[in-house]
Write a protein that binds this ligand. Structure first.
Ligand code: ATP
Length: 363
């Protein structure tokens, strides 16, 4: 296993497109790091640069303390699992698992030993003689993982390995990958556009947008302290409510928006926000921190449009003037759509952003 070091890695394609604009991150030995971001943000390009499948325009890539910018893919000791894995249909599971090793000239006894170990780790022992057509989708995906596993590489790179699976299988494979990572203690870099997958798998997550790293953090920190508006909107489902307005204190503090005044109370949740009095800001409120409230004066009133019960909780889709808002509440008797709800905010859980730079405003 090995640490991976990215220093100002940059990729400019021949047509001049900057796909990765200087990415720096130190990935610890044994860490599972997730790269996440919307389509086209540069995650695959970054992963392919680490694999050696894409040249590096500038910056330094280190694996295990060695600069590998110019090292051929096969000599980087890396194994990659792709989204569109192809198993050889005419070969058994055992032959599929061992094929790469055979090409590399490993002795048969060594191949047998490694295939047996991978099959045990992935619970494929009873399927070693089967051909891919006789496997379930999850078993095929495990064989694809197993082909990386048999090589015992320094680093595993996984490029959306679960995106071709149905929702249920994706969930169980996600748990299997987490379990496998814990068991192997392997360094893994995992690319996905699915923020739930990123949050549940990653020890740390790199959020990319437009080729630029927006934040590198633990799942909890990304959720609780998003560094900017992009991360605030990208992480969390339903997404964070974002209200733009001017921070004022006629008597108590309010956010004066185009829809009306949002009451924030006699003091702001964070003293540092006072410096923004009279200026435009974006207030961020997670759906669980916007709650119907009968007593106490509400922060705002909004019309209930659609009620979405999802089992253990209910999403209330609201409209505050022209602005849609979402509140997430525990199961309870549902108010009728069309009624007006008084809503309160959980003051200590609010977020504030500078609309010009998009950056989080700290206390
Ligand atoms: P997705 O989730 O859709 O796979 P991604 O985040 O992995 O997206 P990349 O495939 O890394 O994104 O692409 C990043 C940007 O670089 C995109 O705008 C893409 O159009 C562009 N790009 C990718 N390959 C090339 C290429 N060979 N030449 C020019 N531009 C490219």
């Amino acid at each position: 296993m090995a640490a991976v070091s990215l220093q100002q890695l940059r990729k400019v394609y021949p047509d001049g497109h900057v796909a990765v604009a200087g990415a720096s991150v130190e990935i610890a030995d044994g860490e599972l790091l997730v790269l996440v971001g919307p389509s086209g943000c540069g995650k695959t390009t970054l992963l392919r640069m680490i694999a050696g499948l894409e040249s590096i325009s500038s910056g330094t890539l280190g694996i295990d303390g060695r600069v590998v910018n110019e090292v051929a893919p096969k000599d980087r000791d890396i194994a990659m699992v792709f989204q569109n894995y192809a198993l050889y249909p005419h070969m058994t599971v055992a032959e599929n698992l061992g094929f790469g090793l055979r090409l590399r000239g490993h002795a048969q006894a060594d191949i047998d030993r490694r295939v047996a170990a991978a099959a045990q780790a992935l619970e494929l022992e009873s399927r070693l003689g089967a051909r891919p057509a006789a496997l379930s989708g999850g078993q095929r995906q495990r064989v694809a993982l197993g082909r990386a596993l048999v090589r015992d590489p320094k680093v595993f790179l996984l490029d959306e390995p679960l995106s071709n699976l149905d929702a249920k299988l994706r969930l169980s494979m996600r748990v299997e990958i987490a379990r496998l990572h814990r068991r192997l203690g392997a360094t893994m870099i995992y690319v996905t556009h699915d923020q739930i997958e990123a949050m549940t798998l990653g020890q740390r997550i790199v959020v990319l947008d437009g080729g630029v790293i927006q934040q590198i953090d633990t799942p909890m920190n990304l959720y609780q302290r998003p560094a900017n508006l992009f991360v605030a909107g990208f992480v969390g489902s339903p997404a964070m409510n974002l209200l733009r307005g001017t921070l004022r204190k006629p008597r108590d503090w309010v956010l004066a928006t185009a829809q009306g005044e949002v009451a924030l109370g006699p003091s702001l949740p964070q003293p540092g926000w006072q410096a923004w009095a009279g200026r435009d800001v974006v207030l961020g409120v997670r759906p669980e921190h916007l709650q119907p409230q009968e007593s106490a004066p509400p922060a705002l009133q909004a019309v209930l449009e659609v009620v979405e019960p999802v089992g253990n909780e209910i999403f209330l889709n609201l409209r505050y003037g022209a602005q849609p808002l979402v509140s997430r509440v525990p199961p309870r008797a549902l108010p009728a759509p069309g009624c007006t709800l008084a809503l309160g905010l959980v003051a200590q859980q609010l977020h504030l952003f500078d609309p010009a730079s998009g950056s989080r405003i700290e206390a």
